[in-house]
Write a protein that binds this ligand. Structure first.
Ligand SMILES: [Zn+2]
Length: 310
């Protein structure tokens, strides 16, 4: 099943999917914590954000988008109530997550059982749901992690361990932000040490450095690859990355998306059109340069359906 804010759906109902977008990153961390831990929503704020974001969602629907993966983890203020309202009104499925939910410094205090306790929380999020709204128990569709740049820190290692434990227990896949290709090798070492089925792991932002040594290494191990920062101004680079993946024969392991923050684009930058540019500009660009429609279609329908289904 695919776990959305309107409850579970069959994978063939997912349709065309943007696999990595943000609705509104919440910079007020105490509000983000209230949303996650207390399910305490500021309804006025939710309604205002709904009005600001609904045109974007409707525009995405009009441009054939049927599912969006919300990649703001609990610490980024994932607002389940807002996502559900947007989904119901627009017809776009939205997949929420559990995952990174507290200051990484917490690990220094709870160093003995950190991974286990964190995993316990994520398992609970799946079993009990992130919230129950209008009688619908809303379960997370995956685990979202963000690893910091630089060394693979102790806390990030512990977070990955926790995600492996929670994934094994619930079957949730792991969607992991890694900006520096060099780090992938140590992450995979750890995943192998913990015996994770590597097809449960997605390397988000693999396109950032486009390092094909690391990408090939990951693909050979069985992980999924995110070319997920396809924003205006990056089309040439992303076209080349996708072409290379096709040439190397792993187009069935690639997920595509824009990694926009819809609120930031539509409200702060007053550029709501950018949120649909994947459909209005990038796809036409690919066709124009000879890429097969079938392959792009597969990357935005079958691939996400295969990764997110459990
Ligand atoms: Zn992102």
């Amino acid at each position: 099943m695919i776990y959305t804010v309107n409850g579970p759906i069959e994978k063939d109902k997912m349709g065309i999917t943007l696999s990595h977008e943000h609705f509104k990153w919440e910079t007020d961390s105490s509000y983000a914590h209230k949303l996650y831990f207390d399910r305490d929503y500021d309804d006025e704020k939710t309604n205002i954000n709904f009005e600001l974001l609904i045109p974007v969602l409707k525009d995405l629907y009009a441009n054939s988008c049927r599912t969006i993966v919300e990649t703001s983890p609990p610490i980024g203020g994932q607002n389940i109530k807002l996502l559900r309202k947007l989904s119901l009104e627009s017809g776009v499925n939205i997949i929420p997550c559990t995952g990174w939910n507290l200051s990484k410094y917490t690990q220094r205090i709870h160093s003995n059982n950190f991974a286990k306790e964190l995993a316990f929380q994520w398992i609970k999020d799946f079993q009990e749901g992130l919230d129950t709204i209008d009688g619908i128990n809303i379960k997370p569709g995956y685990i979202k992690l963000l690893l910091d740049r630089g060394d693979f820190s102790t806390v990030d290692q512990e977070m990955v361990r926790a995600a492996v434990m929670a994934s094994k227990e619930t079957a949730m896949p792991i969607h992991c932000h890694i900006l520096e290709a060099e780090m992938l090798y140590s992450v995979i070492d750890l995943l192998e040490e913990e015996n994770l089925d590597l097809s449960k792991f997605l390397w988000a932002h693999a396109s950032k450095e486009g390092d094909f040594d690391a990408i090939n290494y990951g693909v050979d191990k069985g992980i999924w690859i995110g070319f997920d920062m396809i924003r205006e101004g990056t089309y040439e680079k992303n076209f080349e990355l996708i072409s290379k993946a096709i040439k190397l024969g792993f187009e069935d392991k690639v997920l595509l998306s824009q990694d926009y923050d819809f609120y930031e684009q539509a409200v702060e930058h007053n550029n709501p059109q950018s949120c649909v540019s994947f459909f209005t500009k990038f796809i036409p660009y690919c066709y124009n340069y000879g890429m097969s429609e079938n392959i792009i279609d597969k990357m935005i329908t079958e691939n996400p359906a295969n990764f997110y289904d459990f």
